[in-house]
Design a protein around this ligand. Structure first.
Ligand code: SF4
Ligand code: ZN
Length: 308
């Protein structure tokens, strides 16, 4: 605990923000997170007056914080709807669902649940015997992105907001780089992904916030956090990249922001949202003949048939 004075108001500081050289008290820290989000939303035109916004809320600290901030500052000018995707993971999802529902209720926001079972016919628990070498998280991630798109379309929303933070975005860039997916690397826009399908804008208002600071924000706000851990969690190389980036940031405060700027410059040239191509089965934007969702559903049903 620091005895330094807050650089903004002079009260006792509780946190030293090394990348900016500021000492912050709790109140000024919370205000700085609000300001960061509002500036990011303004800078990238993420949310305009009257937009109907679906917020993906898993019940984790980041998504609860996002729902809270959007509910607090945007619900007078916009309809904010919390959406939770139920992956079908017994013993794990129930808790997050309840937490998300409670917060939405406190904020006076509508909360809607979509299940993978209804959307795709394959809850994550049921793919365990048939997923082969593909990790649950890979399939789950593809299903989650589509689930939020479907929710937005059903609910008449034109914006989907998710709680990806600076660390998440950098990890994704580096994984894309390692995989050599140059097309994605050069077209990825971590601020606003336009979907050519239904005029949908997918926005990430926490783009410039460190994961560590979101954890502090959630703690200060006293959100009830999910304790259950997904039994299929497989972070693979992502958690190693996370540790590596944190180590770099400790030694070189601000390097994460610098890296983000570099990646965004790299991709700014070719940001064409979607390829203009559509999946020939489901009609959603796709980089190939079949989108990733339909490809995975095909794959799972082939695996199921093999077993039968
Ligand atoms: Fe889905 Fe993986 Fe998250 Fe579990 S840990 S909910 S399988 S993405
Ligand atoms: Zn498809």
């Amino acid at each position: 605990m620091s005895l330094q004075a807050c650089s903004k108001c002079g009260k006792r500081a509780f946190y030293y923000r090394s990348y900016s050289g500021e000492y912050l008290c709790e109140g000024c820290f919370i205000t700085s997170i609000y300001e960061n989000v509002k500036n990011t939303i303004r800078k990238y035109n993420m949310i305009a007056y009257g937009d109907r916004v679906v917020v993906g809320v898993s019940g984790g600290k980041d998504s609860l914080s996002l729902l809270y901030i959007l509910g607090k500052f945007y619900s007078k000018t916009n309809e904010i709807i919390a959406v939770t995707l139920d992956e079908g993971i017994a013993g794990y999802r129930e808790e997050g669902l309840e937490i998300a529902r409670d917060l939405a209720q406190k904020l006076g926001l509508r909360h809607v649940v979509y299940t993978y079972k209804d959307l795709y016919g394959y809850p994550i628990d049921e793919i365990q015997g048939i997923r082969g070498k593909v990790s649950s998280c890979t399939i789950c991630g593809v299903f989650r992105r589509r689930g939020l798109d479907v929710a937005a379309r059903d609910l008449g929303a034109n914006v989907v907001a998710t709680a990806h933070n600076l660390d998440d975005v950098l990890q994704s860039y580096i994984i894309t780089l390692i995989n050599g997916d140059m097309e994605r690397l050069l077209s990825y826009n971590p601020a606003v992904e336009e979907s050519s399908a239904f005029g949908l804008r997918k926005v990430h208002p926490f783009l410039h916030i460190y994961e560590k600071e979101l954890a502090m924000f959630a703690m200060l706000k006293g959100f009830r956090l999910q304790e259950a851990v997904c039994p299929y969690m497989n972070q693979g190389i992502r958690s190693e990249i996370r540790t590596y980036l944190n180590r770099l940031e400790e030694r070189h405060p601000g390097i994460k922001h610098q890296l983000l700027n570099s990646f965004m410059k790299l991709s700014s040239e070719r940001r064409a949202a979607g390829s203009g191509q559509f999946c020939e089965r489901c009609g959603w934007p796709s980089r190939g003949r079949l989108c990733q969702v339909c490809s995975f559903i095909d794959y799972l049903s082939r695996q199921e048939n093999k077993k039968a």
